[in-house]
Ligand binder design. Structure first.
Ligand code: ATP
Length: 676
């Protein structure tokens, strides 16, 4: 390893690297080069071994001296031989020796040939010259002989030197071989170290790479860790805040806990006191409950008594009662107002109509018609005031009685207004108010142990045909029949829609639906509501498990068709249809009159009164209302009157019919009640 710096610092050795030749290859190349140029090896060896220099022979200066002297005299001057070339010395010496010891035979013969050719051109000068040359030649020959002798001596000396040089050469060759071997070893070592260095470099590069990756990985991890640290710090900060908040809350809670503990102790003391109080109160409550039960029983007994008394009052009022109502003059009315007065300001039971006519003598004849009914309502009477008078009947209905309220009067006299009313709450008529009342009473009766279920149906009788106003089908499609149950005193109409009723609002919606269907069915010549009877029936079933009592009542609210007489003499076309309607209306209304008259006769007693036939079957209306008119019902008739003078005659006819009804006694209504 100590030699590594030298290898790196050498200018001839390229540094190892991925692009340049490797040290090993370089050494191999140098080795090959050395083999190709063996003469340079001593120089390499000399470089490796600087201390060893080649020593010149002791005889060399002599040789150089002799050669120089011989050349100076006999040929061109030889090149200086200060640098001794060891291998040539023997060859030179050998040639030199051969030249001197055995000179070629041709060389001495050449000079005589040239004088021969010259002597041919000039005689004496040539001879002279020839003799000079002969002289020179002789001197030269002698000089040459001397030189030869001297050269022979030199040769001997040179040979000795050559032998010495050869010995030196052999020694040097051995040294060279040793140097080569050494160099080879060095090269091997060099290659080995180069390989080692290469491996170390690769290992180092790998380690560096690994370390770099490690560094990157660590840097990444460090970044992640610092990010985590930052987040953790944030979390920590928040947690600290939360902990601080919790500490504050805890402090508050501790205070609150202390307060509550104190309060709790106080409350426990109170609870104990109250427990004692409760025990006392429980005893009192049990006593009170016992008393309540006793009072409930009293209420139930009182209710039975009230019903009996209520019924007695209704009976005293008469089973068919008649209320007369005169509508106000409307802005649309163009006719003169009739003279109608109401003299009974206290009980409101009288109505007086006055008419004036001219007698045959031209005198004014005044006629006064006085009528009395159960109640007479002036035009200014409100719907609420009218209903107040009939609310008792709605009460009877929940008590298990059949109640029938119908409106009678000519077209436009206010029947529909009285029964159904207008759109506002204030204008609501008898049907919605009666239904409200029934639901209200049913609710009140709950506290007395009564539970009610209700159902409703709505039909019209048009031209003696029953139509279902709550049905899903068109009018006049289904045939409906009226069925009476003599045993229960109830009436059913076949295939009629019966709707369970749960609230007064639902009943109002049903009434609106029915009204819409009637207006859809109306034509130009046929104001259907005026030309048909409509009957809304509310059936109520009540049960009082405590009293082991059940009851079933019904409320029939009837809006009759207009009762005016029509001149039918010359009817044709559309009028003929109207005549048919009027005839059927008249038929049913006169049938109603007949039924009431027959009932009156039977009620009045007399011969054959008991077995008097009541012609209920003469019209659909009377047959439907049979149970309501036969004494098994509390019946109320509204007589609606027009205030106009032009309607006076119709009003008088209606008043007479109503008086007949009012005077009729139809028997005593029976309560539809069962006890179990
Ligand atoms: N007491 C009243 N107060 C105010 N307006 C009334 C009163 N009675 C009736 N009317 C009005 O008189 C008009 C006719 O009344 P209504 O339609 O009730 O008569 P009707 O006898 O039912 O007629 P129809 O037989 O043709 O059905 C309606 O516009 C109604 O609002």
């Amino acid at each position: 390893m100590s030699r590594l710096p030298r290898l790196h610092s050498s200018p001839t050795q390229p540094t190892a690297g991925p692009s340049g030749p490797t040290l090993k290859r370089k050494a191999a190349e140098e080795d090959d080069e050395a083999r190709d140029q063996p003469r340079k090896l001593p120089a390499i060896g000399a470089r490796d071994r600087p201390s060893r220099t080649l020593q010149p022979s002791r005889t060399t200066p002599n040789l150089a001296k002799s050669s120089s002297s011989s050349l100076t005299t006999s040929g061109p001057k030889p090149a200086p031989t200060t640098k001794l070339t060891v291998p040539r010395a023997p060859n030179l010496t050998t040639r030199h020796t051969r030249g001197t010891s055995a000179p070629p035979a041709t060389r001495p013969a050449a000079p005589p040939a040239r004088p021969r050719a010259v002597s041919g051109r000039s005689g004496s000068s040539d001879d002279k010259r020839f003799s000079q040359l002969q002289t020179q030649l002789t001197s030269l020959e002698s000089a040459r002989a001397a030189d030869a002798a001297r050269l022979a001596q030199d040769m001997e000396a040179e040979r000795a030197k050559v032998a010495e040089l050869q010995a030196n050469h052999a020694a040097l060759s051995r040294e060279l071989v040793a140097a080569r071997n050494h160099e080879l070893n060095q090269r091997r070592e060099l290659v080995h170290f180069s390989d080692e260095i290469e491996m170390l470099k690769k290992k180092h590069a790998r380690e560096v790479m690994d370390l770099e990756m490690d560094v990157k990985q660590k840097a990444r991890e460090a970044r992640e860790v610092s990010e985590d640290l930052r987040l953790c710090r944030g979390d920590l900060e928040r947690e600290r805040e939360a902990v601080n908040a919790l500490k504050a809350t805890l402090a508050m809670q501790s205070t609150a806990h202390l307060t509550l503990t104190t309060q709790n102790q106080l409350l426990q003391a109170q609870v104990e006191a109250q427990t004692r109080e409760i025990a006392q109160l429980t005893a009192k409550l049990e006593e009170a409950e016992r008393m309540v039960e006793e009072m409930r029983q009293e209420v139930r007994d009182g209710e039975i008594v009230r019903r009996k008394l209520h019924n007695m009052v209704q009976e005293l009022k008469g089973n068919i009662r008649v209320f007369c109502r005169v509508r106000p003059v409307l802005p649309s009315d163009s006719d003169e107002e009739a003279k109608i007065t109401f003299p009974d300001k206290r009980e409101h039971k009288e109505i007086v109509l006055e008419s004036s006519s001219e007698s045959a003598t031209g005198q004014e004849r005044k006629e006064v018609y006085n009528f009395g009914f159960d109640k007479v309502f002036e035009p200014r009477a409100t719907q609420a005031e009218v209903f107040e008078e009939i609310s008792q009947l709605a009460q009877s209905c929940t008590d298990g009685y059949n109640v029938c309220i119908f409106a009678y009067g000519q077209t436009g006299s206010g029947k529909s207004y009285t029964m159904e009313g207008g759109p506002t709450e204030q204008d609501a008529g008898m049907i919605p108010r009666a239904v409200d009342q029934v639901f209200r009473v049913a609710e009140q009766m709950k506290s007395k142990g009564w539970e009610y279920t209700m159902e409703g149906q709505f039909l019209e009788i048009y031209n003696e045909t029953i139509n279902d106003l709550l049905g899903a089908h068109d009018f006049d499609k289904k045939k409906h029949e009226i069925k009476h149950d003599a045993r229960t005193g109830t009436t059913r109409v076949t295939d009629l829609t019966v709707v369970p009723l749960h609230s007064a609002a639902q009943v109002r919606a049903l009434l609106q639906l029915a009204q819409k269907r009637r207006s859809v069915a109306a034509t130009l010549v046929n104001e259907r509501s005026s030309r048909s009877h409509s009957v809304f029936t509310l059936r109520i079933r009540g049960a009082c498990p405590g009293a082991k009592e059940e009851c079933e009542g019904s409320l029939n609210l009837v809006d009759l068709a207009g009762s005016e007489r029509l001149n039918v003499s010359f009817a044709n076309g559309a009028e003929r249809e109207r005549v048919k309607e009027t005839q059927s209306i008249n038929k049913s209304l006169s049938a109603l009159g007949d039924v009431i008259a027959a009932l009156g006769e039977r009620g009045a007693g007399g011969a054959g009164a008991e077995g008097k036939h009541i012609p209920y079957r003469n019209s659909k209306l009377t047959y439907l209302l049979q149970n309501s008119l036969s004494g098994n019902s509390k019946t109320l008739m509204f007589l609606n009157l027009s205030p106009l003078a032009s309607h006076l005659n119709e009003s008088l006819t209606s008043l007479r019919f109503a008086t007949k009804v009012n005077n009729t006694t139809i028997g005593t209504a029976k309560k539809q009640a069962r006890t179990s």
